[in-house]
Ligand binder design. Structure first.
Ligand code: PEP
Length: 250
């Protein structure tokens, strides 16, 4: 079993204090006695700065996106090698905002997962259904298709390096988190899918929940052993809220 993983997705935001101060204050609040892995995912231009700030803490660094090519005429894109050189360990892939606003397809997401693994980085593959899909009873179908498509063509050894993040689209940024039952239901499906397709042992599959995780609801969510951590948006730039989410893993 791994320790719980808490990832703070800054999206296109930065803390109101300097990043150095933010990281130092957060580090002070995270008890060394809590076995938890904390990952910060700032926007690209802040990776270097946050990378320096987390050196000497137990935190690690993630990027919010990547392009699958190594180099060339791809204006605006960033490669896995570039992220690696900045000290990233994880890369978020297939976040619903990327799928919806930037039109990322499952095929492109799969290429990104492969590129990240190629550079010895760890992908965090986001999957999740929209409200319309949930209401139409399609949640399992949608999440299964996204999971299988995102991991298509990978060997078992590589799938074991991927963290999945179940993020129902209707829960992201809405203040309406999934219930433990809803999250457990989909985490169970994802776990079963990976066990079936790649014969992975269930305890070695790490699945985060994301969508309006807060200092108030994290403790309840983490009572479930199916929920191996959280991907946190809004609350991750609020020191009190993020520290409280991290502390709730104990
Ligand atoms: C996210 O965007 O990954 C997310 C979970 O956002 P929020 O916590 O704000 O719902």
């Amino acid at each position: 079993m791994f320790p719980r993983l808490i990832v703070g997705n800054w999206k296109m935001n930065v803390p109101t204090t300097t990043t150095n101060l933010f990281v130092a204050q957060l580090a002070k609040r995270v008890s060394a006695n809590v076995p938890v892995e904390v990952v910060l995912a700032p926007p690209f231009p802040f990776l270097s700065e946050v990378g320096s700030a987390v050196a000497g803490t137990s935190f690690t660094l993630a990027a919010q996106n990547v392009f699958w090519e190594e180099q060339g005429a791809y204006t605006g894109e960033v490669s896995g090698a570039m992220l690696k050189s900045l000290g990233c360990q994880y890369v978020l892939i297939g976040h619903s905002e990327r799928r919806k606003i930037f039109g990322e397809s499952d095929d492109e997401i799969n290429k990104k997962v492969k590129a990240v693994l190629h550079h010895d980085l760890f992908p965090i593959l986001c999957v999740g259904e929209s409200l319309e899909e949930r209401d139409a009873g399609q949640t399992h179908h949608v999440v299964r298709v996204q999971t299988l498509a995102g991991l298509q063509g990978l060997e078992k050894v590589d799938v074991s390096k991927v963290t999945l993040a179940y993020e129902p689209v209707w829960a992201i940024g809405t203040g309406r988190a999934a219930s433990v039952d809803q999250a457990e239901d989909v985490h169970g499906l994802v776990r079963e899918t990976l066990c079936e397709q790649w014969s992975l042992a269930p305890q070695f599959i790490r699945i985060l929940y994301g969508g309006s995780v807060s200092g108030e609801n994290a403790g309840v969510l983490f009572q479930s052993d199916q929920i191996n951590g959280a991907l946190v948006g809004k609350a991750c730039l609020d020191l009190d809220a993020f520290a409280s989410i991290i502390a709730s893993t104990a």
